[in-house]
Design a protein around this ligand. Structure first.
Ligand SMILES: Cc1cc2nc3c(=O)[nH]c(=O)nc-3n(C[C@H](O)[C@H](O)[C@H](O)COP(=O)(O)O)c2cc1C
Length: 198
């Protein structure tokens, strides 16, 4: 059910690198991204799937992993993502401001990640990179802006949700067993009462 699926759709940063993603399945996931809501229905997002070993190796060091875990250098060889989906803004198709494409991107990647989780595949959205450097590596011309890199694969770590502590600390953390904990704000904390209008 959607409730369970949304809770299970967590960010994963360690993967079974040797377990490749099926190309047909990846296409199905990208098709889910295609069908999401889009401001002005511009549908200006495009996607480049990167599964080639040599290209993955060059892309990996350009990406920033888990900023709240500065002592963790990111996934080691063997647990790096077997696939990436590079999310691009096609500026020729873009109709409104880039912020609109970012809304579209949230919708599209969440659909993709929900579909992935249903298939046992998880991912990490990565926004920490130099767009110009990734653009050069992928030999993209100025028509495209790199908005986000989505790392994907079968998980090699356990992730648990927990209620945020009273100190309000939103930082995720690793325990002694390597389990990744993600604090979430409580429902009552994010609900704001509307004004009483007379
Ligand atoms: C727009 C966006 C950008 C993100 N960028 C990064 C990133 O650069 N590196 C990283 O390790 N995680 C990144 N994340 C993952 C978040 O850290 C993660 O969503 C957050 O810790 C909550 O975990 P959850 O996705 O399991 O709820 C990003 C997430 C979003 C939505």
């Amino acid at each position: 059910m959607i409730n369970e699926l949304v809770r299970r759709t967590r960010t994963v940063r360690r993967f079974q690198e040797a377990r490749k993603l099926d190309q047909t399945m990846l296409r199905e996931l990208l098709d889910l991204a295609r069908l999401g809501g889009s401001a002005r229905n511009a549908q200006a997002l495009k996607y480049m799937a990167v599964m080639d070993d040599a290209l993955r190796e060059q892309l990996f060091p350009l990406l920033g992993w888990a900023g709240y875990l500065p002592e963790w250098p990111g996934p080691e060889p063997g647990e790096r993502p077997p696939a990436y989906v590079v999310c691009l803004l096609d500026t020729v198709l873009q109709k409104g401001p880039a912020t609109e494409a970012h809304f579209d991107l949230g919708v599209a990647t969440q659909s993709l990640l929900l579909g992935a989780a249903e298939r046992g595949v998880f991912g990490c959205r990565i926004g920490a990179f130099s767009a110009a450097v990734v653009q050069r590596l992928l030999q993209l011309d100025g028509r495209y802006t790199v908005l986000l890199v989505l790392a994907l694969g079968y998980p090699a770590e356990t992730v648990v949700l927990e209620d945020i502590g009273t100190d309000g600390d939103v930082r995720y953390w690793h325990d002694d067993q390597g389990v990744h904990h993600v604090p979430k704000r409580l429902l009552d904390e994010i609900l704001i009462d509307p004004p009483e209008v007379v």
